[in-house]
Design a protein around this ligand. Structure first.
Ligand code: ADP
Length: 857
């Protein structure tokens, strides 16, 4: 929302900026345009006035030419007076528009008759001057003196009547566009141009033209020719004028603006065009800038959105980390306990139940892993961990898991394994298992009836096996148009049909990417409504000669159960420190490692661990990461500062399994990393790897030996119904966990039996004492007794009683604490009173159970 507002504000600002710039550009353009047109007009006026000057000179020369002709004739006449008439005739023939004549001083005329009165300037010719005179009715007269010795005897002249003036003196031939006329000094029109009509009168009477002419005349005071641009109702014109220097005439005229400014106009148009182009360019640049600015704003918004998305992603990762921790921690306990059952129990029914728990928790772990995998793939930090593996065990694990599901849906599940396939391969078995489980689970999920068939075949070339894993089903099939969406993130197909099928749409996307990472491929053949076949081709290195042989899933399950109980070595001289605030985790770890015979020490906090490390040397410290107070990393750093820890190896255990965590811990200085929930085998491997090699004694045939070595108490036989009843009761009724008890008895069957007996034997006496101090409200004595019960309960393996006693002990402690307030004491007493009866009853009940167990034994 905010970004939208700021975007709007920004675009408004940019828009206003553009408008202002356009106005400025427009005004500048106008000023520039005026300047240019003024300059152009000045130039045009200059050019027209130059033309006018030229024409004036031409007109002047015309007058002088007639004078020259007369002058030549006058010289001839001086000498040949008798030929006066012939001379006049010759002059007339030379210019048919004029009539020549001679006048003597008395006014006697030969030839063309003129009046001295009309042409007063003629007198000046008698004074020896050449004369050009004008009379509105008579026309123009050109006259020269004719001498007799030093005196002027006659005046020879030629008169051009008014009607002929235009033909003789007109200047139309000078420029086809201009109209030029000759005025006498008094302003009267002497020589009009051709076709001079009333329209022309109107033209010259126009106010603007007149104003132009006034300007021309004023300029003529300082220059010999002038032209002025006028613009008015008549249009655009240049009016011009020039004096004819040797006469009393002047030349005036006009020329249309277009005739002069034709070229100028094109320049002008070009300027205008360039300017328009500039405007356009400016508009484009503005639009571009505007868009760029908007884009920048959008980028800003995108950046912010990206930041927000990154933050959200970070939050998601954090959430995933927390969630994985929260889920993995109890799952660790479930798996650990389950594994202990598998190790300790030889009852095949119990082992089968435990194995089912194992499958279920593995599946749960699978879901968590799928989410985590996706987060890893998303961040590009997915890594493959390749190792030697057994194809038989892999197939067995997969079929066990998916077999249950197929059975539950009453689908026929068949696995066909080519017996000539090599069994010992090298690759990331975890990821291959994940891929297979996903594809086979899909086949089961999307098949309502019929069968799912898993064909395992392959071709070996030297030490490489091209493993082909094909999963066919008789399910709903996939539409051809959906095929390409199949491997996309979160893409679920045919939702109409599949709405009731659970799924994230992530499985195949992860499958595809994992296979690509491993150099494998997956392709699908499907007929909608009939079924699908997913074919996986995966190159794997062959690392052993053993062949897989005839594959029997059932038989393999038994094998696996045997394997779970395996411990691969003993290390009686090794000392291991286990650091975890969670009692159960400590217990699981110590239980699992107890078979190694290593000296195991448990610390419940980083501080406690440091205390141990100050006192004793440990070959190996296995610390949890998330602990209150000092976490695993802080504990490591502090521990490394202590003397004598140089040779100690540190392994971190964490339920956080996000991408990059391993690297983070190794970078902190840990020697190894173990992700919870861990299997006994993983723990075994890591411990073995990190203990000094000379302390590790591998067990030859360890599976069998392990079972033989661990002396297990026969459990009372229970029917399936009893198990169900026990399970439902288990939340409220106490149970004695043999494995816990055995652990506290160093796995000694005899010792454990004795402890159970003792527990029962001491029960009534202890109850009596406790009842007594309870009755007397002697809380200090009571607390000590309850503390003993707490430990005793743990020793026999009854965690429920242990917990109750622990809480009661804490209340006792609270009561006796010196810092306790009165209110706290009252609360503590209330707690003890509220739970006393329950504890006593449970004590009796558990003691009875312990007694029964020893009797059965
Ligand atoms: P999901 O968690 O939805 O199963 P997947 O990524 O494993 O996610 O599968 C994606 C989609 O592909 C499924 O939603 C389903 O529509 C389709 N699909 C996968 N396997 C099959 C199959 N064997 N038969 C029919 N459709 C299948």
């Amino acid at each position: 929302m905010n970004s939208r507002i700021s975007k709007l504000g920004l675009s408004q600002k940019a828009f206003i900026e553009i408008i202002i710039l356009t106005i400025i550009l427009f005004i500048t353009g106008n000023i520039l345009q005026n300047q240019i047109s003024r300059k152009l007009n000045d130039a045009a006026e200059e050019s027209v006035s130059q033309m006018t000057a030229d024409m004036a000179q031409l007109a002047d020369e015309r007058f002088m030419r007639y004078i020259s002709t007369l002058k030549a004739a006058s010289i001839y006449l001086e000498q040949h007076e008798e030929q006066k008439n012939n001379i006049l005739e010759a002059i007339n023939q030379e210019n048919v528009y004029g009539r020549a004549g001679v006048m003597d001083y008395e006014g006697n005329v030969t030839g063309a008759v003129v009046s001295k009165h009309d042409f007063p300037k003629l007198l000046r010719a008698f004074q020896g001057n050449n004369v050009v005179d004008y009379h509105p009715d008579g026309g123009i007269i050109v006259a020269v003196p004719v001498y007799y010795g030093d005196n002027v005897r006659y005046v020879l002249y030629q008169i051009f009547p008014r009607g002929n003036l235009t033909k003789v003196f007109g200047l139309a031939d000078y420029n086809p566009y201009s109209r030029i006329m000759i005025q006498y000094k008094d302003g009267s029109l002497a020589v009009p141009y051709e076709n001079f009509s009333t329209k022309d009168h109107e033209f010259w009477d126009d106010q603007d033209i007149k104003a132009g002419m006034v300007e021309v005349h004023s300029r003529l005071e300082t220059s010999k020719a002038a032209a002025v641009y006028t613009e008015g109702s008549k249009g655009k014109y240049y009016v011009f004028g020039a004096d004819l220097p040797q006469t009393d005439f002047s030349l005036v005229g006009y020329i249309p603006w277009s005739a002069v400014a034709g070229k100028i106009n094109s320049v002008y148009q070009m300027v205008q065009w360039v300017f328009t182009l500039m405007l356009l360019l400016f508009a484009c640049v503005s639009i571009y800038l505007f868009m760029a600015q908007t884009k920048v704003a959008e980028n800003e918004a995108l950046k912010k959105a990206r930041q927000a998305a990154d933050d959200a992603n970070q939050a998601k990762s954090q959430f995933l980390a927390n969630m994985s921790h929260e889920i993995r921690t109890p799952l660790n306990a479930i798996n650990g306990m389950d594994e202990m059952i598998l190790r300790r129990s030889r009852d095949m029914d119990i082992r089968r139940y435990a194995s089912n728990i194992h499958s279920a928790s593995t599946a749960l772990l699978g879901i968590i892993n799928e989410i985590l995998d996706f987060s890893k793939i998303e961040s590009g930090r997915m890594e493959l961990v390749s190792d030697k593996y057994s194809l038989r065990i892999l197939l067995k694990e997969v079929t066990t898991l998916v077999g249950f599901r197929a059975k539950a849906k009453q689908l026929e599940f068949t696995i066909n394994v080519d017996s000539s396939l090599p069994n010992e391969l090298y690759g990331d078995v975890g990821r291959i298992r994940q891929i297979l489980i996903n594809v086979i689970n899909n086949a089961i999920k999307y098949t309502d009836e019929g069968s799912v068939t898993f064909d395992v075949s392959g071709q070996s070339v030297e030490d490489m096996l091209n493993l082909r894993l094909a999963v066919s089903d008789t399910g709903i099939g996939i539409k051809p148009e959906d095929m390409e969406k199949l491997f996309k993130d979160f893409e679920r197909l045919d939702l109409q049909k599949n709405c009731k099928v659970e799924g994230t749409g992530l499985g195949l996307a992860i499958t595809h990417r994992l296979l690509t990472m491993m150099g494998g491929t997956v392709h699908v053949e499907s007929t909608y409504g009939e079924g699908s076949t997913f074919i996986i081709d995966l190159p794997q290195r062959i690392v052993g000669h053993e062949l897989i042989g005839d594959f029997d899933a059932e038989q393999d399950i038994e094998e696996e159960l045997e394997e779970v109980v395996a411990t691969s070595f003993t290390a009686p001289e090794a000392s291991i420190l286990i650091v975890d605030d969670n009692e159960m985790n400590c217990f699981v770890a110590t239980s699992m490692l107890s078979d190694t015979k290593a000296k195991l020490t448990v610390a419940h906090s980083g501080i406690e661990a440091l205390e141990f490390l100050k006192k004793d040397f440990f070959h190996l410290v296995m610390t949890d990461y998330m602990m209150p107070g000092m976490d695993g990393i802080a504990t490591l750093h502090e521990a490394k500062k202590l003397k004598g820890t140089e040779k100690t190896k540190f392994v971190i255990l964490t339920a956080t399994a996000l991408a990059g965590v391993r690297e983070k811990f190794l970078a902190e200085g840990f020697d190894d990393y173990l992700s919870k929930p861990m299997t006994g085998k993983q723990l075994d491997t890591v411990v073995k790897r990190n203990l000094p090699i000379n302390l590790v004694h591998p067990l030859e045939n360890h599976q069998v030996k392990d079972i033989e070595e661990v002396k297990v108490l026969e459990e009372p036989k229970t029917t399936d119904n009893e198990v169900a009843a026990n399970t439902s009761l288990s939340l409220n009724s106490p149970k004695i966990d043999m494995s816990i008890g055995l652990k506290f008895c160093n796995n000694s069957d005899k010792l454990y039996k004795r402890v159970l007996e003792m527990f029962h034997k001491l029960c009534e006496a202890n109850i009596k004492e406790m009842e007594k101090s309870f009755g007397e409200e002697n809380w200090d004595a009571y607390r000590i007794k309850v503390h003993a019960l707490k430990s005793g309960a743990m020793n026999i393996g009854c965690t429920m009683l242990h917990e109750l006693a622990k809480a009661q002990e804490q209340a006792g402690k609270d009561y006796v604490s010196e810092e306790a307030t009165e209110a706290q004491r009252i609360k503590a007493v209330e707690h003890m009173k509220a739970h006393h009866r329950e504890i006593m009853d449970m004590y009796r009940h558990v003691a009875q159970m312990a007694q029964e167990m020893t009797e059965e034994k």
